[in-house]
Design a protein around this ligand. Sequence first.
Ligand code: ADP
Ligand code: MG
Length: 339
Amino acid sequence: MTRRGEFELIASLFAPLSRMASGALGLTDDVALIDVAPDCELVATIDTVIAGVHFRVDDPPDLVARKALRVNLSDLAAKGARPLGVLQAITLSEATDDSYLERYALGLGEDLRHFGIPLLGGDTTAHRPATVPGRGGPFTITIAALGEVPRGQAILRRGARPGDLVCVSGTIGDAALGLLALEGRLPACTHAHYDMLVRRYRLPEPRLALGQSLRGLATACVDISDGLCADIGHICEASGVRAELKWHALPVSAAAQRRLADDPSLRQFILGGGDDYELAFTLPSSHRARVQELAMRHDMPVAVIGRVRESSDSEKNGVTVLGDDGEPMPVEKSGFTHV
Ligand code: ADP
Ligand code: MG
């Protein structure tokens, strides 16, 4: 195995990804300088992914980089922000040799170009060489994304009001079923469905354009990383309300519908599975007509899946899903918590 030294690695693989930003100084200084429009606020978010925890050790490195980037852009999307650039801290493992890192940087570069943003800087460290092979510690990536939003217009979690509609973009549960498929736990899945579900797990689509058009419209927004009910639960908690969702209104892909028909217990993966990176948001009911308009403009499903309700003090803020019989459905998995 060969691996370039730290500075050669930065100069050869990462500096080229900073070129579109003069303030990144070619990744040759201590810092990057970032221009923010005077009428805007800087929006910042950070996420760590660890091999063997957040991605599979055998996941293609280009997709690992792209997903690590995209989960951060998804947080910016949920606040209605426009991305400005990212920083990355990587901790190399024994397995991240030159070839792995080249493929990682290729994927990162491809997506940075796609989203029109630069790499602004980072940090490079490595685990100590393992005395026992394979035990040196896992490849770890931390990406911080910076964005901007017109002052005062970020869409927070705390603004949902009783009577608001609860809406969601895209389809829900695909990523969780994709992970199940990768683990070989989704039998009798057609190739086309398998590929679609796995892709939804490995390469989420941050809903940046949708998020930006929700500014001034949505009262609260969150991206679905932990699970539909868990993340809408976060809005409820922050807003002091509860939410009542309807199972039949949840947008489910044809691939997921097919799997549900074979095995109804998979419904828990729709309600509780994470990693979809769709947006869940609340909208005053007077804006109901805008939902279809948003779907058309962004060429994706946007569904009304329930209502925000008042929450009495005695009641826990939370999310209820009413089944087809009108009775609350059990929600087993309350979302992925990381520690
Ligand atoms: P310092 O020691 O002052 O923190 P470094 O030697 O860590 O600086 O980094 C030198 C330059 O390279 C900085 O601009 C830093 O942002 C950048 N850099 C280091 N590692 C990475 C990385 N993995 N990805 C992108 N930029 C990096
Ligand atoms: Mg320094």
